[in-house]
Design a protein around this ligand. Structure first.
Ligand SMILES: NC(=O)c1ccc[n+]([C@@H]2O[C@H](COP(=O)([O-])OP(=O)(O)OC[C@H]3O[C@@H](n4cnc5c(N)ncnc54)[C@H](O)[C@@H]3O)[C@@H](O)[C@H]2O)c1
Length: 277
């Protein structure tokens, strides 16, 4: 039986852990060849190994999405290894919170660079490749649908205290989604966005707790949520719990499969029923 993404080439940023890892595995399970990216080499290689162990194809492109040469390298990896680009998932990210009076310029720009400038550069670098593929396909009388899925957050839709930088970046990516849906429709590319609520990953881990940190781009960034706060957050979710990374990946996959070929420019909330915060 053929799989829905047979022959497709997918790029997934930040796929060494959490939601990105689940997205990479899901796309590979459906037949896509995946370019796995992460800031950290070991988790990226682990995702590649997990895909290969499951009989899929994947290659790693290690490095920060914020590096000036990253976008070209990411796109070149897909073209050199797999001769194309069909699906781009802009997922890499983290949070670096403070109330506005304590938020430094460094904090502001770091989060905008990661969540907004990096997707912009990746999509800009992919455009000439996609344009040339589409030209050849059109000449051959074919229409091949391609997919971009950007990752946003309820913080970008409704705001979240302590996250001026992050909520601005995540609101911005919804604007980028709508604009590129208009620019790239003629190339048969759908561009959509998934805004997550609470998904249980390192970002929201209660075992890391308060004081847990992750080393991100040379900085020790606090990660994790206090268990009491987590319990209160979960109570407010209609489904009564945070989502799993696999459930989050399922929402992204909806926009990658052929059944969504005529859906573009949308932001889907994957929140367990939460419609605001
Ligand atoms: N977990 C949630 O509740 C939640 C909610 C809303 C949105 N999101 C978004 O989902 C995305 C994935 O988050 P997650 O919860 O899976 O977190 P995670 O920490 O489990 O995984 C994120 C991965 O991205 C990588 N990464 C971070 N910065 C990077 C960079 N500059 N370059 C390359 N890789 C980088 C990390 O190393 C990590 O492996 C992020 O964009 C996040 O903002 C998460």
């Amino acid at each position: 039986m053929t799989q829905k993404l047979d022959g497709k080439v997918a790029l997934v940023s930040g796929s060494g852990r959490g939601i990105g890892r689940s997205i990479a595995l899901k796309l590979a399970l459906e037949g896509a060849r995946v370019v796995v990216n992460d800031l950290d080499a070991a988790p990226a290689e682990e995702t590649v190994a997990a895909i290969r162990d499951a009989g899929g194809q994947a290659v790693a492109c290690i490095g920060s999405v914020t590096a000036p040469d990253f976008a070209e390298r990411f796109v070149a990896t897909a073209v050199n290894e797999y001769k194309g680009i069909d699906i781009i998932i802009n997922n890499a990210g983290y949070t670096w919170d403070s109330v506005i009076q304590k938020m430094t310029d460094e904090q502001w720009y770091a989060i905008l660079d990661c969540h907004l400038t990096a997707p912009f550069r990746i999509l800009r670098a992919a455009q000439p490749v996609i344009r040339n593929l589409v030209k050849a396909e059109t000449e051959a009388g074919q229409r091949v649908m391609r997919k971009v899925v950007n990752v946003s957050s309820v913080a970008g839709l409704f705001g979240n205290a302590g996250q001026t930088n992050y909520s601005v970046a995540k609101a911005g990516i919804t604007g980028m989604t709508m604009t590129l849906a208009k620019e790239w429709g003629r190339m048969n590319v759908t561009v959509n966005c998934v805004a997550f609520g609470l998904i249980k990953t390192r970002l929201t881990s209660t075992t890391a707790g308060e004081g847990g940190t992750a080393s991100i781009e040379g900085r020790e960034i606090q990660v994790g949520v206090n268990p009491d706060l987590m319990a209160a957050m979960e109570k407010g979710i209609p489904l009564g719990r945070g989502g799993t990374p696999d459930e989050a990946a399922g929402a992204v996959y909806l926009f990658c499969q052929p059944e969504s070929d005529y859906v573009s420019g949308q932001t889907l909330m994957c929140t367990g029923g939460l419609t605001g915060i």
